[in-house]
Design a protein around this ligand. Structure first.
Ligand code: SAM
Length: 248
């Protein structure tokens, strides 16, 4: 049986493609890619002469049987997405889930991922965090999710696109309050990499006053609220012991 390698690719800086990723992409018989034209540029850059097959949200289900047949005949395959780690807000879940259920080998070749890259420089607690993917595009849906997350004590992280980032910050300002602390990571590993931290109001002001700051790709990280610790329960015996001396 062949193996499916799930290979992480750069989120901006091409030098972040690991040696193991390059060796794997050179060695496999076929590379499954979200956007074959885009991935061709990456492969050309590293002189990788792989055979590309598309695998995206709209054809992933149909591809599963074909992929199983290739693996069954002993071919090794690689799965890549446009940027970062496949399956993380990217195609691949349906395929990997099915292959694992059917007993095929699935091997990770780890590397860049925007969430982890952003958290590593945000200066927010990272011992526990929750990832929310992309927030809903519609304001009403977005506000609902923000409301539901508003009491969360862990750091929460999500992806946002350039055309919605300012709107999203405005909703956060309204739902979470102007004083909520957040960190905005933009264009990580690229030329205009920027990491801004501050209150919701302050970060929003930076973007409102400079449209260049609204360009590119974003990870938004929100500081969780301190956990509310309720007082430990008091035993009735202890309470009685404390009170009795005061009863006349
Ligand atoms: N699979 C990818 C990963 O591992 O990070 C994420 C894919 S998701 C479709 C694309 C989103 O990731 C972008 O809209 C943006 O929110 C975030 N992203 C990707 N590259 C980024 C970068 N260089 N800087 C900031 N955010 C980035």
């Amino acid at each position: 049986l062949g193996t499916l390698y799930v290979v992480a690719t750069p989120i901006g800086n091409l030098d972040d493609l690991s040696k193991r990723a390059i060796d794997t992409l050179k060695q496999v018989q076929r590379i499954l890619a979200e956007d074959t034209r885009r991935s061709q540029q990456l492969l050309t850059n590293f002189s990788i002469r792989g055979s590309l097959t598309s695998l995206h949200d709209h054809n992933e289900r149909q591809r599963v049987e074909q992929v199983k047949a290739w693996l069954a005949q002993g071919d090794d395959l690689a799965l890549i997405s446009d940027a970062g780690t496949p399956l993380i807000s990217d195609p691949g879940y349906v395929l990997v889930n099915q292959l694992r259920q059917d007993g095929f080998n699935v091997v990770p070749i780890p590397g860049p991922c925007a969430i982890i890259t952003a958290l590593s420089v945000a200066g927010l607690p990272t011992d526990r965090f929750c990832f929310e993917g992309f927030l809903p595009a519609k304001p009403s849906g977005r506000r609902k999710v923000l409301q539901a997350m508003s009491e969360e004590s862990r750091t929460w992280v999500f992806y946002e696109s350039s055309h919605r980032v300012l709107e999203c910050l405005k909703d956060m300002n309204q739902v979470l309050g102007a004083e909520r602390e957040l960190v905005l990571a933009r264009e990580l590993t690229k030329r205009f990499e920027t990491v801004i931290s501050g209150t919701c109001e302050a970060v929003m002001a930076v973007l409102s006053s400079d449209s260049n700051q609204c360009r590119g790709e974003f990870v938004i990280m929100v500081k969780g609220l301190p956990e509310v610790t309720s007082a430990p329960p008091v035993s009735p015996e202890l309470l009685l012991q404390e009170l009795l001396p005061h009863v006349s």
